[in-house]
Write a protein that binds this ligand. Structure first.
Ligand code: GDP
Ligand code: GDP
Length: 455
């Protein structure tokens, strides 16, 4: 009776769709102006990645969701890095480094009209070292006549150079088929290979919030595990640190400790690294500098972690440096600006004095517990039945959509599918989410709710 109106394939399909774990990540790498952003736009089928014409424009958004032939994956546009910041070689090296750290497969874009340059060859060496699958895109092959240019890129030793016109769409479908073959079903290299390995923490926040101070503080609080535990990591930028008797893996500590002094583009590079760290982590500890106004940049970082579906802890840092007036305004800012993570555990810390450092680990554990929560279907439906009886959906056009039943399709973060007799309004979905949180907690985790409407 619970499944009235839905056949079992509907339900299984919905569960599969909603229950997917972390999506595999594709990086689009190449020299400036080869057409990376144009290609990313083509892949995601939107104008969202926007080809920038102003040099030095900071782009915070680097990761997009895409779908091809029914499979979903993430695309990372490394095209926002300005070549004049560090020079071409350093800029593509940074991209390749990113690809090595955080991706499951790489599309390497070469301008077929120009042919392989020394920089291209250097990137090939970096990519080869990384050992990730690479699909070679011979771009700007706008017509038949360009095919021979593409063929000359066999010389790079990366296999078939897919002739593509990112501008007009020519050849992109065939190339994407090859990309799907290269992408693992689940991003296993970053997840699940080490069952029971240390939990992965990304320490993130805009520059100068105190990330490296906090890292140094927590590393000092207890013993820093210098030698990597055998088989737990191949990544020298991550660090194992014992806190509260438990070993944690801090992601990309090299990026936190290394101070990059750059005028332009540093923000972009930082957000690329942040995105990479978030992809690899299970929980993001987001630092906020309480002595300054909560900014758009803070919000973007928070959005990045929420959209990636990570467990989240908010650490309000520099608490030692707050006077009463600032504190008054801070609490008001938190109320208005931090709405999107109102469910995240909060710690008020000082990386300088060590204030409340001992509260960090319990907050992280709480967030991870919320992130992993599974609600048995019976319990969920008993709850939904009560909620719907007490607060039915408003009548619209003489009809009243009803939630027929629901199930949790996945966790990390929790994903729910509700089956309904009609379209559920946004406000009602929000209400259901709020009630779910009241009932089951889900502290420190985003939750996803998708609705299936019976045709
Ligand atoms: P990025 O710096 O690698 O991200 O390169 P962009 O995507 O910004 O593209 C650089 C320039 O090459 C832009 O003027 C694009 O319009 C152009 N472009 C990109 N793809 C193609 C293509 O397939 N054919 C042609 N003719 N031009 C292209
Ligand atoms: P990062 O760029 O996020 O790694 O920030 P840093 O750790 O380099 O810190 C930036 C500045 O803020 C440095 O001058 C730190 O000494 C200072 N700072 C960091 N944490 C605190 C804190 O808790 N209290 C105070 N008063 N200053 C702090």
């Amino acid at each position: 009776a619970a499944e009235e109106g839905f056949d079992i394939e509907d339900v299984e399909g919905a569960l599969q769709e909603a229950g997917h774990g972390p999506l595999p990540v594709l990086a689009v790498v190449g020299r400036p102006n080869v057409g990376k952003s144009t290609l990313v736009n083509r892949i995601i089928g939107r104008r969202e990645a926007v080809v920038e014409d102003k040099p030095g424009v900071t782009r915070d958004r680097v990761t997009y969701e895409a779908e091809w032939a029914g499979r979903r994956f993430k695309v990372v546009d490394t095209g926002g890095w300005e070549q004049d910041v560090l020079g071409i070689d350093a800029s593509v090296a940074a991209q390749a480094e990113y690809a090595i750290e955080a991706c499951d497969a790489v599309v390497f874009v070469v301008d077929a009209k120009v042919g392989a340059t020394d920089t291209d060859e250097a990137v090939v060496r970096l990519l080869r070292k990384a050992g990730k699958p690479v699909v070679l895109c011979a771009n700007k092959v706008d017509g038949q006549s360009g095919e021979s240019d593409a063929a000359s890129l066999w010389s790079l030793g990366l296999g078939y150079p897919h002739p593509v016109s990112s501008l007009h769409g020519r050849g992109t479908g065939d190339m994407l088929d090859a990309v799907l073959e290269a992408l693992p079903e689940a991003p296993e290299q970053r997840f699940g290979t080490v069952v029971g390995g240390p939990r992965r923490i990304a320490l993130i926040g805009r520059p100068n919030v105190g990330k490296s101070s906090l890292l140094n503080k927590v590393a000092k609080e207890d013993r820093v595990v210098v030698n990597e535990m055998a088989g737990t990591t191949r990544d020298p930028v991550d660090e194992l640190i014992q806190l509260g008797g438990v070993t944690w893996k801090f992601i990309d500590t090299a990026g936190i400790r290394k101070k990059v002094h750059l005028q332009q583009g540093a923000d972009y590079y930082a957000s690329l690294r942040t995105a990479a760290a978030v992809e690899k982590a299970e929980v993001a500890v987001i630092l906020i500098d309480t002595t300054e106004q909560i900014s758009v940049q803070d919000q973007r970082i928070i959005t990045m972690a929420v959209e990636a579906g990570r467990a989240i802890v908010i650490a309000y840092n520099k608490w030692d440096n707050l006077d009463e007036e600032r504190r008054y305004y801070l609490e008001r800012e938190i109320e208005t600006e931090m709405q999107q993570v109102a469910w995240a555990p909060r710690v008020n810390v000082s990386a300088l004095t060590g204030r409340h450092m001992e509260k960090l680990v319990p907050a992280i554990e709480t967030a991870l517990a919320g992130w992993e929560t599974r609600i048995p279907t019976g319990r969920l439906n008993a709850f939904l039945g009560e909620v719907v009886a007490a607060h039915p959906h408003p009548v619209r056009g003489g009809k009243q959509p009803r939630i027929l039943f629901g199930t949790q399709a996945g966790s990390k973060p929790p994903r729910f599918v509700l089956f309904a007799s009609g379209f559920l309004e946004h406000g009602y979905r929000r209400f259901i989410e709020r009630r779910l949180r009241e009932e089951f907690g889900f502290e420190g985790t985003p939750i996803h709710i998708s609705v299936r409407v019976r045709e």
